[in-house]
Design a protein around this ligand. Sequence first.
Ligand code: PLP
Length: 485
Amino acid sequence: MSELMGTTGLILNEPLLWKKGKKGRCAFSLPRRDVESTPIDEELRGDGPDFPDLSEIDVVRHYTRLSQWNFCVDTGMYPLGSCTMKYNPKINEKYAALKGFAGAHPMLPPGLTQGALRLMFEMERFLAEITGMDDVTLQPAAGAQGELAGMLLIHAYQQSKDMGRSKIIIPDTAHGTNPASAALCGYRPVPVKSNQKGFLSSEAVHEVMDEDTAGIMITNPNTLGLFEENIKAIAEIVHSKGGQVYCDGANMNAIMGMVHMGKTGIDVLHLNLHKTFSAPHGGGGPGSGPVCVRRHLKPFLPVPRIIEENGNFAFSEDFPDSIGKLHAFYGNFGVIIKAYSYIRAMGPKALKKASQLAVLNANYIRKQLTGVFHLPYERPCMHECVFSDKFQRAGKVTTLDMAKRLMDFGFHPPTIYFPLIVDGAIMIEPTETESKEEIDLFIEACKTVADEAEKDPDLIRNAPQKCKVKRMDETAAARRPCLVG
Ligand SMILES: *Cc1c(COP(=O)(O)O)cnc(C)c1O
């Protein structure tokens, strides 16, 4: 086994701050007082909080060490499928932190914010170009909110045509947020099964599509990491019954510059800037889920919209058919700046190359691990590949056990038990930013884990051994979270 594996992260013990420091120690120094002191009323003074006395270095080291307990993409490979945890170039942070951007108050008048407005205006054009759609809103704060916005757009469009509809078709390969968003908008999700190849057949859609169905929500590439090959024929069937086609494009990292989504027949599509366009995410940080539409849905986009007149940019609320506002102000501007900076730095050629490399890396892993783990759908994948624990389950070792063991080798575990249509799923998305050497280390770790599953299953069942936090009670952790030390 490579000597680097599992030893590249720092593992440090760290007591509570209350166990550190010394009475009278202080983290700042002020010049001696040169005025008379005035006693404070004893009653007001009280005892003061029970805080430890610490120096600056005590505090800096404490929090720096604690930060090492967290895994992040800056410390190691993060192959979390469906999440596109790629490395985010720091230059994007630098631009987002520029004073004129970071300090701009959202209520400043347009005369003082032309730069920010222009950036958002151009960003909308870039995303329209990348997706091949006609217009874009940057307002939604995340993918799921983009989905809800898309559903509201479809609803508003059909209302304007006096088409009241109650259902929406959702394949079993769609992201879990899809049925939730549809239901939030008042639609009843109608499930439809993918075929043995892992994508949707037009026959299956034909069977369920009717005139009470508002349309379909289709994740493409889907959650098996496969491209929905019949999307055009499916869109035709849905359109022929007056329905609309929603595409969950959170997995755009697989197809940038490769597929003109506007020509696949879809009507609405959302993107996750905090996946494909290099904005860091996770831990509930801010996201951005722009929604791209074909021309007929444009009048319904959320307000305010950014308009341009003779080189001047302004906000306009003058869209009477709009679904209204979705977010305070105009969306998560900081995330939009990072994504804008990324797109400008990359340009069309490098964006396409990023997708090609993401797909190549995923297929390399798929090939290398075929036979090590069970591969339920044996066909070339897009940006991620999905295995299962079928081979290991015979020895009573599960996906969860293996995911925990991978942490001992210094890797963040892949996505597990998702998508639901694969029993014991292990969903690996390496992204384009990992080098071949790093991917090879990951493959070696997976092979070692599979080997251990056969020879020493208890070792795996008791993993992780090296991490700060050992095996958790996953159910209790979710149901009764303990948020204090
Ligand atoms: C991540 C993801 C979403 C949800 O995005 P959030 O920003 O987490 O709301 C939706 N669909 C797909 C396919 C995704 O991968």
